[in-house]
Design a binder for this molecule. Structure first.
Ligand SMILES: [Zn+2]
Length: 252
C-alpha cells in the first residue's frame, strides 16, 4: 500500500488511552481521516507532541484507500498560525470552522475547494484586525457552506425571484424569502435586517480581501455568524460543540 504523504489541517485532537492522541486531519487530496499518534503524550513520543489542532502539517501514514483511521508514522508542522493561540476569539473561530469541516465532510472524500478556503481563512484569522474576527468567521462559514454544497440561496427570493432587502432566511426552503412569500415558508429560519442580508449576499460572491472593509464587528456581523451557524447546524444535522467556546469568548 503506498504510504500517504500529504499536507493537512489538524482539525481535532483527542486523548486516546494513557499515552496517545488521536488526531483528525483534513487534506486537499485525501479528505478527512484520523490517525493515532502513539506516545504523543509521553516523553518517548516527543516527535508527535508538538502536533496541535488548527495547524498545517505534512503527514506520513499507512492508510488503506477506504480507511479513515490508521496510525501516524511521522508528521511535521509546516504552518502554525501563532496568533490563534494568543487570542480566545481567534482560537474559538478556528475551532468552529474546523468542527464544520469535521461534521460536514465524508471520510476520505477529497474537497480541495474547502481545503483552500480553510487555509486562507486560518491565515486571515492569524493576521486580521481584532475588530473584524466575527465578520471573518461569518465569511468563512458562507464559503464553507458553498464548498460543502449546502449554501443558502441569497441573491433573490427563492419563492418568486424578487430582490430581497429585509427578508426571512428559510432553512427548509434553502434561502431567502421575501415578505410576500414568507407565509408559505417553514418555521425554521431567521429574520434578516437589510444590513445583514446585504453582508450575507456579499460573502457569497466576494473574497475576504474585497469585503473586509465593509464592516467592523457589531450586531450585524454577530447576526451574520450566528445565522450561518444555525443554518449549518440545520443542514448538517448536528450541534456544534465549539459554539459554546465562541459564545464565552465573544458573548455572541
Ligand atoms: Zn418572494
Amino acid at each position: 500500500m503506498p504510504p500517504i504523504d500529504t499536507n493537512a489541517i489538524i482539525i481535532k485532537s483527542t486523548d486516546s488511552g494513557e499515552t496517545s492522541r488521536r488526531l483528525s486531519f483534513f487534506s486537499p487530496n485525501e479528505g478527512r481521516f484520523s490517525l493515532t499518534a502513539r506516545g504523543a503524550k509521553s516523553k518517548s513520543g516527543r516527535a508527535h507532541a508538538n502536533l496541535e489542532p488548527y495547524t498545517i502539517a505534512r503527514v506520513f501514514a499507512n492508510l488503506k484507500p477506504e480507511a479513515d483511521l490508521g496510525t501516524l508514522s511521522r508528521a511535521e508542522t509546516i504552518e502554525r498560525f501563532p496568533h490563534l493561540r494568543e487570542d480566545l476569539t481567534r482560537l474559538a473561530a478556528a475551532a468552529v470552522v474546523c468542527e464544520v469541516i469535521d461534521r460536514g465532510t465524508q471520510p476520505r472524500l477529497a474537497n480541495a475547494r474547502l481545503y483552500e478556503y480553510a487555509v486562507s481563512f486560518m491565515r486571515a484569522l492569524d493576521a486580521e484586525d481584532g475588530a473584524k474576527l466575527i465578520f471573518l468567521l461569518g465569511h468563512a462559514l458562507m464559503r464553507a457552506s458553498q464548498a460543502l454544497g449546502v449554501a443558502p440561496h441569497v441573491s433573490a427570493c427563492v419563492g418568486c425571484g424578487a430582490a430581497v432587502k429585509r427578508g426571512w432566511l428559510d432553512f427548509e426552503a434553502g434561502g431567502l424569502l421575501c415578505p410576500q412569500c414568507r407565509p408559505g415558508g417553514s418555521p425554521s429560519g431567521a429574520s434578516l435586517d437589510p444590513s445583514v442580508a446585504a453582508l450575507l449576499a456579499a460573502c457569497a460572491i466576494r473574497p475576504w480581501s474585497q469585503i473586509r472593509e465593509a464592516a467592523n464587528d457589531g450586531p450585524e456581523t454577530k447576526a451574520l455568524a450566528t445565522t450561518l451557524i444555525r443554518w449549518l447546524s440545520y443542514h448538517l444535522e448536528c450541534e456544534f460543540k465549539s459554539i459554546r467556546f465562541l459564545l464565552s469568548a465573544e458573548k455572541l
